[in-house]
Design a protein around this ligand. Sequence first.
Ligand code: SAM
Ligand code: SF4
Ligand code: SF4
Length: 342
Amino acid sequence: MRDGLQRPLRDLRVSVTDRCNMRCTYCMPCEVFGRDFVFLRRAELLSFEEITRVARQCVAMGVRKIRLSGGEPLLRHHVERLVEMLAGLLDVEGKPIELTMTSNGVLLAKRARALKEAGLTRLNISLDALDNAVFQRMNGGRAAVASVLEGIDAAQAAGLTPLKVNAVIRRGVNEREILPLVEHFRHTGIMLRFIEYMDVGVTNGWRLDEVVTAQETLAQIDAEYPLQPIAPRYPGEVAKRWKFVDGGGEIGVIASVTQAFCHECSRLRLSVDGKLFTCLFAAQGDDLRGLLRSGEDEAANDEALRQRVIATWKRRTDRYSQLRLVRTEMPREKIEMSYIGG
Ligand code: SAM
Ligand code: SF4
Ligand code: SF4
């Protein structure tokens, strides 16, 4: 199944909660997501059964990889049960799907083993600094580096590997953390990836001059630890990979701002409350919750769901990041990443 720009559907990203135990300045700044912020009510969230029903239709239409995200996915009660339900899905070739999660790692130390046992294949953990003061400046003072490192150790011990650690670099805040992070994760088998700071949502006050480009990051690392490019493993791999010439492992860069990869983007997103979004920067999604709860018999309802997934994907022509490179005026209305799943 191809979209309007001939891209196949391969990935599904599911936001399981819009809540988070951190307040990263680039994602859920405290000034906006403060005490008075109204998060979605429990009844508004898709249930695990509803998520699984949508996922099953997406898998039947070509999805091979599902990532659980948020918000902080480990804040969703009993998310391990959802993992168990999704882990049983087989792709169109009859192979088990790849089931992954992106987490800030703070609650991971106690949960890693259960996630593995429930069937999670791999895990990405976010960590923007090793210096605790810098990290807390990035995350609104909510979490310490030590708790994330404990989570990373637990994930490795549980076999949720190969583990990836993602760092967003924001100029003037944490660009001095690039080399310490590299030094910490070299020779560990963990792949560190640097993500360019993106203009997701409308609350982070994004400015282009705060983006530390992948090129700058690579130059900084290469000057200290010479790098060599590695060929992509599959078409559409978003991270460009590099290996250390001295055998210290590899790193990745995700240049979503300076080297847009929309032409290969095969990702559909399901929001916390059941809307399908065809781009991270979209303003509107296609509501499936009404349909899921419409009370028809389940088989007819599943067929209707499948038709909606097909129609949504076929209509898709999004390429926001490519347009951002050439246009000065971009849409002002965009959804927040915590709601749609980063
Ligand atoms: N809470 C989990 C976490 O932080 O890993 C999962 C959700 S979070 C939205 C997913 C990823 O999006 C994180 O790696 C985070 O750093 C990244 N992210 C959030 N806002 C971003 C932005 N404005 N630019 C680039 N990456 C961003
Ligand atoms: Fe929470 Fe993740 Fe967003 Fe940080 S990036 S505020 S940890 S959802
Ligand atoms: Fe995909 Fe939209 Fe990002 Fe382009 S901007 S890569 S279409 S999510």
